[in-house]
Write a protein that binds this ligand. Structure first.
Ligand SMILES: Cc1cc2nc3c(=O)[nH]c(=O)nc-3n(C[C@H](O)[C@H](O)[C@H](O)COP(=O)(O)OP(=O)(O)OC[C@H]3O[C@@H](n4cnc5c(N)ncnc54)[C@H](O)[C@@H]3O)c2cc1C
Length: 389
């Protein structure tokens, strides 16, 4: 009888896992069910573009049904509520699903570090809907400025200077002047501030490249406040540990991720930030029939530091889980998770990027931007969506 594999989440990890498992197996061997709360797959790595109006929603979403086409993966649009790993059952908002093998690939949530008011009074950038909300809010601030001349409407604060924060700051640096012109707002009144608790921006990137990124953004008017944690957010005001305050209507928080609650609630072992601990084959610790992949899990690299939560790592986890589910079904030797790190490139707006390619070559400027673009197209080709995007 065919084994039933239920995959929760059709992001980078879950979608790739479903497509790989589809390739490896026949319909007699396996029934694959992919669950996602939206009918579309989101290109999360591009979300900073619709957040400032540089791209539209349709540019960063792909219909899951059209990606799956005639493949033997059944798509269920529903929201995962809980997992009962003893009964081998997943509760969805509208139904229940039993499974032989389960893959949890539900991504992550925002970490607010208990900072008072941060959750209530900040925007986040983890979904297309959130990107749309940010874009509408920014437009609204600029559109209504002429009515009350409140300077806080023209001050935009991004909390966090990791990958997401810097890519967003870069995009804002390029687009805010364009939007200011559109709404007849004096460009020199606009303030774009990036606040970071750590002593430097873009942790993990080469120091020389970080300095290039900082100079490029500063030249476009970005003000960095580094080594200074946000300690409280109130409506219209951000408080910093230094005692300074920033009057602003726009605080966008990109400062951290934590695991989705459903994982810990199901009893899977997690690290302090709620991400699942997994073994070398990407299975939840102590569970030979459950794989937890992508941003929902926590894996230490050989250097003793955790792999960063990236699409690059998530897709490779998806592939690895598919291979190991197949190996388990066939009683074959499983494959240890050993990702190929292709480097990392962070965009700095519409024309520039910085990054390392293959962990050796450094790239900056327009060339690095093209490398970043190429990685998007490589991914689209992988999921068979190049012509559909
Ligand atoms: C603005 C931004 C820029 C980034 N840039 C890069 C980059 O350049 N390179 C890079 O490698 N990484 C980048 N990242 C990180 C990367 O996007 C994530 O690491 C990646 O999305 C994680 O993949 P995932 O499959 O684990 O989760 P996701 O891609 O978040 O997918 C999770 C899926 O689960 C679904 N889901 C969640 N909860 C439920 C539920 N309860 N029920 C049903 N479905 C649910 C979601 O709708 C989603 O489809 C960036 C992230 C952001 C936010």
């Amino acid at each position: 009888m065919a084994k039933k594999v239920v995959i929760l989440g059709a992001g980078y990890a879950g979608l790739v896992c479903a497509l790989e498992l589809n390739k490896l197996t026949t319909a007699q061997e396996v029934e694959i069910i992919l669950v996602n709360k939206h009918e579309y797959h989101q290109l999360v790595t591009q979300l900073h573009e619709p957040a400032v109006g540089a791209k539209e929603e349709k540019d960063v979403t792909l219909s899951i049904n059209s990606i799956l086409g005639a493949k033997k993966v059944k798509f269920v649009k529903d929201v995962v509520v809980s997992i009962d790993n003893e009964a081998k059952e997943v509760k969805l908002e509208n139904s229940k699903l039993s499974y032989d093998y389960l893959v949890v690939a539900l991504g992550s949530e925002t970490e607010y570090f208990g900072i008072p008011g941060l959750k209530e009074y900040s925007f986040t950038l983890k979904s297309v809907n959130q990107a749309n909300r940010i874009r509408e809010h920014i437009e609204n601030c600029l559109k209504t400025y002429s009515q009350d001349k409140k300077d806080s409407k023209l001050t935009f604060v991004v909390g966090g200077a990791g990958f997401t924060g810097i890519e967003l700051v870069g995009e804002l640096a390029d687009m805010l002047p364009v939007l200011a012109q559109k709404h007849n707002v004096p460009k020199d009144k606009i303030k774009l501030i990036n606040v970071e608790a750590a002593p430097m921006i873009l942790p993990g990137f080469d120091e020389e490249l970080v300095s290039v990124a900082k100079k490029s953004l500063e030249a476009r008017g970005v003000q960095f406040i580094i080594g200074t944690p946000v300690v409280q957010v109130e409506p219209g005001i951000v408080h910093l540990k230094s005692g300074d305050t920033i009057p602003t209507e726009t605080m966008i928080w990109t400062g951290g991720v934590r695991g989705v609650p459903v994982v810990a609630e199901a009893g899977f072992e997690t690290e302090p930030r709620g991400r699942a601990k997994v073994d070398e084959y990407m299975r939840a610790v102590g569970h030979e029939d459950v794989w937890i992949i992508g941003d929902s899990c926590f894996v230490l690299a050989p250097n003793g530091r955790p792999y960063p939560p990236t699409a690059q790592i998530s897709t490779q986890m998806g592939e690895n889980a598919a291979v190991n589910i197949y190996s388990t079904m066939k009683h074959m030797k499983k494959e240890k998770f050993d990702p190929v790190l292709l480097g990392a490139v962070a965009s700095l707006g519409r024309k520039e990027a910085i990054g390392s390619i293959g962990n050796k070559m450094k790239a900056k400027g327009w060339l690095a931007y093209r490398v970043k673009d190429a990685s998007k197209y490589r991914y689209l080709a992988k999921i068979g969506a190049l012509l559909k995007s």
